[in-house]
Ligand binder design. Sequence first.
Ligand SMILES: [Fe+2]
Ligand SMILES: [Fe+2]
Length: 285
Amino acid sequence: MSAATIVQLTDTHIRPAGERVHGMVDTYANLTHVLQQLRASRQRIDALVLSGDLTDTGSPEAYRRLRSAVEPVAEELGAKTVYVMGNHDERAAFATELLGMDSAAVDPDAPLDQVVDVAGLRVIALDSTTPRRHDGRLEERQLDWLADQLRERARHGTLLVLHHPPIPSPIAATEYLRLARPELLAEVLADSDVRLIICGHNHLTAAAALAGIPVWIGPALAYRIDPIAPVGRHRGLIGFGYSRIDLLGSTLVATAIEATPAETLYERPEQDVLDQLAALATEAG
Ligand SMILES: [Fe+2]
Ligand SMILES: [Fe+2]
């Protein structure tokens, strides 16, 4: 039984009503499909973490659409919401529309970092963006702030969230837009209580490690990048997904969830499956 369950929705790329991403993808429909899936599952979900590129062009209307879709479902689930900046986001609109900040109080040059407690698990979200740039960077003041936060350990450890993955990529364009100087982050994280780092940005599902800490790149909600396109080609694919992050014992487990509509192959009561497995185990001695 999971002590905490977080759903990671990344790269939602919401646009104003009537607009589609790359002229084809209705990202709002993808989002509402997933939110409906979460409601229908009736699973305990403690938080929804949206890890960047929440809108496609940073328009206030797109943030309002996103928020009006997400918040009623989060409320129904009893889940906290954590909004994290991505390179397609725009700090002023993000801060006012999603974080409820007064526009006069928003400094567009100040990163929007956050700490949220989720059932004893500390979620630290770093803003890895720089205005008008698509690659990632953490400023010295952010690393200092992070080091300061990590001085104290949390009851169930820490989940670190940042949009740009601090690991290399085999996809040329993704590698070009990587997080600069991940070794600086690695230094801060060494010997900390961070148990998992979750990211988005790459629009594909991948895993690696930084300073011995697992790094999870969750599947995007908008569309996919083909990880095995023909040599010399960069290809986007229709299809979407998200992730669940579960605290099982002292381990954080990341699981990708396919959301592209697919036919059910079979569906049975969970207890029947467990009984069958137990019978097989007994038979095997
Ligand atoms: Fe994205
Ligand atoms: Fe991105």
